[in-house]
Design a protein around this ligand. Sequence first.
Ligand code: F0G
Length: 432
Amino acid sequence: MPSILQCMDCSQQYPVDKIIYNCEICGGLLDVQHDMDKLRHTITRETFDRRLGTLDAPYNSGVWRYKELVNPDVPDGLIVSRPEGNTNLYAVPKLAEWAGVAKLYLKHEGENPTGSFKDRGMTGGVTQARVLGVDRVACASTGNTSASLAAYAAWAGIEGIVFFQNKQIAFGKLAQAIAYGATAIQINADFDRNLALVREVAGALGIYVLNSINPFRLEGQKTIIIEAIQQLRWQVPDWIVCPGGNLGNSSAFGKALHELYEIGLIDRLPRLAIIQAEGASPLFNSFQRGFDRLEPIHAETIATAIKIGNPVSYPKAVRTIRWSDGVVEQVSDQEIMDAKALIDRQGIGCEPASACSLIGVRKLVDKGVIKSSETVVGILTGHILKDADSVIQYHNGTLENIHAQYPNHLHQSEASIEALSKILESRQPTHA
Ligand code: F0G
């Protein structure tokens, strides 16, 4: 059976070539539903292990290696791939010790072609745009989605359109969207309003929306988890920890784990922890109240990528937490920036939102939720250079309301051996 679109609430089905983002009957979010029976009988760990290291498209992509679980029916010739994925899973013993767990791995999604995990979703979404024959794609974005959309639209030869808020957009991301040639529009509104606007405008003008409301995006993002587990030789960690903003990733992770279990590639589910910034934590608030309902908030955080107060994938994130016996935690901007400095100092680096994963582990260990004997995979979602301003300001002490715990001050020197020696001989080693 070919894959279909299916409402997560009322199970109403639609063909995959229909442009639709919510169920026409009940308004629920849609899943791309694959033929799980067939997959159970045809896919083994071997299927995916055999493709490791291949030079041949599309299986050289860390998304399309798992094509059967992403978009099994798409002809290879239509796939728009850079190729993405194949990101490193770093064992980080020093950070494990700091966080208080036996084993910590960081999967660095900042190593994707445009520097964030969004490329995994965008290859899925822009490929589907090609299948549908559309020539314009659009998104609202806190930055990374727009950078990725702009790149993949350019690569596919179609028009990319991106809506930004006009405040607090990290420069690296803005620069990418402009450079890749998207129609880039700054709007006097926050992300949540821009998402509503893009959906309205796109509906009126026949433009295909590539925010994570688009289920083909999430099919691509599932592969973060599939690849991480394959890198662990299919041994399931105890926990997977990731930042939560619009909750597309959280949604995709739950679906990935559910499907891997259903087709027998893993024998148990890890628990998922979603970490939000304190000023942008509507999922955390709802979790505290037993997921009674989502109460949208006005979001504020230094981690601009996740400055989102009305996450569109909320119902799917709740499903993920229920499926995986998961938890939701919140962390302060101060904690985010200090954890980021520690990740950076390992020589790995990430953008602020990504650091939620590390500080989230430490906080959950302190609370006794994650046990010190457990193995944890944290997801780093974006590259350090996405938001270089925040790095410089952290280290020179000019970030508002942040007191840097791990600063590395920039020295100024005269061009003389004497002045340089003075600095180098008085300098304390700063390695962690
Ligand atoms: N980390 C980074 C670096 C992000 O860019 C985002 C989301 C997230 C985490 C949160 O992921 O939304 O799936 O919960 N950025 C979106 C954007 C919203 O527009 O680039 P999520």
